[in-house]
Design a protein around this ligand. Structure first.
Ligand SMILES: [Zn+2]
Length: 94
């Protein structure tokens, strides 16, 4: 896993109160989540763990990402923990 930028660390200190305002202020989190699930389905617990966000936070960002990119939710094998469960993935448009 590549090291995350300093913006990510700053974001971590701000995620305690999930809400729309925080999302508007931290587009880098949406980018982190998008990069985590690009062409690699992950389940919610793994996504939450890897992004360093609460599941509520991840869901809020997924909704934001969904506005601009095609997000796919399906039952598949999580590429991180191997569980067959609800996973989220994103595929780059051709
Ligand atoms: Zn998983």
């Amino acid at each position: 896993m590549p090291p995350l930028g300093s913006g990510f660390t700053t974001a971590l200190s701000l995620v305690r109160i999930p809400g729309l305002t925080e999302i508007a202020e931290m587009p880098e989190n949406a980018a982190v989540i998008a990069s985590l699930i690009t062409e690699r389905p992950l389940c919610m617990p793994c996504l939450s763990d890897k992004a360093g966000l609460t599941t509520d936070g991840v869901r809020a960002y997924l909704r934001r990402i969904e506005r601009v990119l095609t997000l796919r939710q399906s039952v598949d094998r999580c590429r991180a923990c191997g569980e067959v469960t609800d996973v989220f993935a994103m595929f780059r448009p051709e």
